[in-house]
Design a protein around this ligand. Structure first.
Ligand code: KIV
Length: 271
C-alpha cells in the first residue's frame, strides 16, 4: 500500500471529497506521540484521541473517569507526532453535558492546549445546542451515535444498539440533525449493518463505523484491540492484525533471561 503523498494535510474537506469519490476513510485511535507518529507515517487519515484512553491507557472499566486534563495530555502528545492526519479529540464525560457554554469552554481548552483539529462528542438531539455552539466558534465536530459508551449505565450493556425500530428511527433523525447542524462526520458504533448503510447513503457527510458493518464510508478501531495489545476483548467486529501482547511478552522474557544469564550487555554493548 502506498500513502497518497499528494495529500499534504488531511482536512475535513479531504474527507468530504473521499466520500464523494467512494474512497474509504481509515481512522485509528492513538494516545501518545510514538504510536501517533507511526500511524501517521503509515498513511492513516484520521487519528482519534479517544476517551477509550480511560480503558486502554488508564485501566478503568468505562470511559467515564477520564478527565479533560488527561485528554488534553494525551491529545497534545499525539499532535506532536502527526504531520499529515486529521487529529480528532473526544470531549470526555462531564466536559460538555452541562450546557453548551461548558461544551464550548472544554473545546476551546482542547484546541488551544493541544493543537488538535476537531472534537468528537456523543449523542444527537440532546447535545445539539453544544454542537451548534462549538461549530459557530469555528471548530469542526464529529458526531457519535449508536452505542455511546459514556451512557453505558443508561444502556446497562454493550450489546448492539438500534435493533428496534423506534431506536433506529431516532438514530436516523439524530444523524440528519447532526449533518444539518454542520458536523463533518459521524461515528456509528455497534449498530446493524443495514441501518448503517441507510444512514451512510442518506447523508452527504462521511460515516465512520465501528461494529457497524461494511457500508460505512470509513472504519475506526481502537489501536490496542487491532494490534492485539488487549487480549480479553474479542467482539465479532474486531479484526486483530497483530498479536503484540505475545510478541512483547516473548521479547521481555528473552531480555529477562539475557540479563540473568549475564548475556546482556556483551562486549560490543558497553563502553
Ligand atoms: O473512544 C474511542 O475510542 C471511540 C471509538 C470507539 C470510536 O470513541
Amino acid at each position: 500500500m502506498s500513502v497518497n503523498k499528494e495529500i499534504r494535510r488531511i482536512t475535513t474537506n479531504t474527507l468530504q471529497k473521499m466520500k464523494s469519490k467512494g474512497e474509504k476513510i481509515a481512522m485509528l485511535t492513538a494516545y501518545d506521540y510514538s504510536f501517533a507518529k507511526t500511524f501517521d507515517a503509515a498513511g492513516i487519515e484520521i487519528i482519534l484521541v479517544g476517551d477509550s484512553a480511560s480503558n486502554v491507557m488508564a485501566g478503568h472499566e468505562t470511559t467515564l473517569p477520564i478527565t479533560l486534563d488527561q485528554m488534553i495530555y494525551h491529545a497534545a502528545s499525539v499532535v506532536r507526532g502527526v504531520s499529515r492526519g486529521l487529529v480528532v479529540v473526544d470531549l470526555p464525560f462531564g466536559a460538555y453535558q452541562g450546557n453548551s457554554k461548558e461544551a464550548l469552554n472544554s473545546t476551546i481548552r482542547i484546541m488551544k492546549e493541544t493543537g488538535a483539529h476537531a472534537v468528537k462528542l456523543e449523542g444527537g438531539e440532546e447535545v445539539i445546542e453544544s454542537v451548534k455552539r462549538i461549530i459557530s466558534a469555528g471548530v469542526p465536530v464529529m458526531g457519535h451515535l449508536g452505542l455511546t459508551p459514556q451512557s453505558i449505565y443508561k444502556f446497562g450493556t454493550y450489546i448492539v444498539r438500534a435493533r428496534e425500530e423506534a431506536e433506529a428511527e431516532k438514530l436516523q433523525r439524530d444523524a440528519r440533525l447532526l449533518e444539518e447542524t454542520g458536523c463533518f462526520s459521524i461515528v456509528l458504533e455497534k449498530i446493524p449493518a443495514l441501518l448503517a448503510k441507510q444512514v451512510s447513503q442518506s447523508l452527504q457527510i462521511p460515516t465512520i463505523g465501528i461494529g457497524a458493518g461494511r457500508y460505512c464510508d470509513g472504519q475506526v478501531l481502537v489501536m490496542h484491540d487491532m494490534l492485539g495489545i488487549t487480549t480479553e476483548f474479542k467482539p465479532r467486529f474486531l479484526r486483530q492484525y497483530l498479536n503484540l501482547n505475545d510478541t512483547i511478552t516473548g521479547a521481555v522474557q528473552q531480555y529477562i533471561n539475557d540479563v540473568k544469564d549475564g548475556d546482556f550487555p556483551n562486549e560490543d554493548e558497553q563502553y
